[in-house]
Write a protein that binds this ligand. Sequence first.
Ligand SMILES: Nc1nc2c(ncn2[C@@H]2O[C@H](COP(=O)(O)OP(=O)(O)O)[C@@H](O)[C@H]2O)c(=O)[nH]1
Ligand SMILES: [Mg+2]
Length: 294
Amino acid sequence: MKCGTVAIMGRPNVGKSTLLNTVMNMKLAITTDKAGTTRNIIEGIYQDKEAQIIFIDTPGIHKPTHKLGNLLNRKAYQNIDSADIILFLIDGEKGFGKGDQFVLKKIEENPEAHLFLLINKIDKMKKEQLIKMIDQVKEVRSFDEIIPISALKRQAVDDLISTIKKYLPVQEAIFSASDLTNVSTRFLMAEFVREKAMMLTREEVPHAITCYVENYEEEENLVHIQVLLVVDRENLKKILIGKQGAMMKKIGTMARRDMEDFLGKKVFLELHVKVMEKWRDQEKLLKELGFEDE
Ligand SMILES: Nc1nc2c(ncn2[C@@H]2O[C@H](COP(=O)(O)OP(=O)(O)O)[C@@H](O)[C@H]2O)c(=O)[nH]1
Ligand SMILES: [Mg+2]
């Protein structure tokens, strides 16, 4: 069968995680309209009769300002080496900018991978704009394929999968048929909470939040889940809790819905907020919170 690895790369916010979720038909990676949402390497294993494709979602590549940023960039780069195909995503509406150029330079460090340019968010573009865009990117360099898509609206995503298959080597399946992802259920539950907390807060708050599952107990028809939200300052804790706990309640209600969808069970969700100063710069703490530096 056709089998191989496809790395999804691009600057923050171009739609990498959205594409992974669309391809997998399930929510494995959280997505927000804020840059720097993805903090781990998330793999989704797509399978059909003809192929097994390992899609790797990466944190967006950017100029790091703290230790977490550094770690994320390193993780993103590691993927370049092992990929058969690199999907280089750009935001079609915003055009090809300096940030994209920066990512492309990094991608070019693996000259062996096939390189597709994906112009994403075409649902927000006019036809003339797209035609102009394609002409513009052809000037940048040659790509194995240039494919306009909408990850969000699932436009041309099936064509993308067919095209990927053409480029993959014929080999034995790498994973067993039941493997879907490298992401653990516990991790995903914490991510659902982080997504809502990021979505519902503004400015400095979204990036200062990290979440992890403190307790996870499965009963017959119910799962008890306890998630800790960590921020680095007292005032951010206040924002997260909100007036008379209103913000916590909102985050909890929305996250619980995603959890119940994913698990197919009722969820009893308990949230706590804690202040840990400068968590993003403390290596030991980063490890404790699951940001392993392999
Ligand atoms: N209109 C539109 N929005 C999109 C599309 N793909 C992603 N988005 C939005 O762009 C934002 C960033 O997406 P995300 O997947 O988190 O980007 P990432 O940082 O590259 O992983 C989110 O608000 C998405 O809903 C698309 O095809 N069309
Ligand atoms: Mg992402």
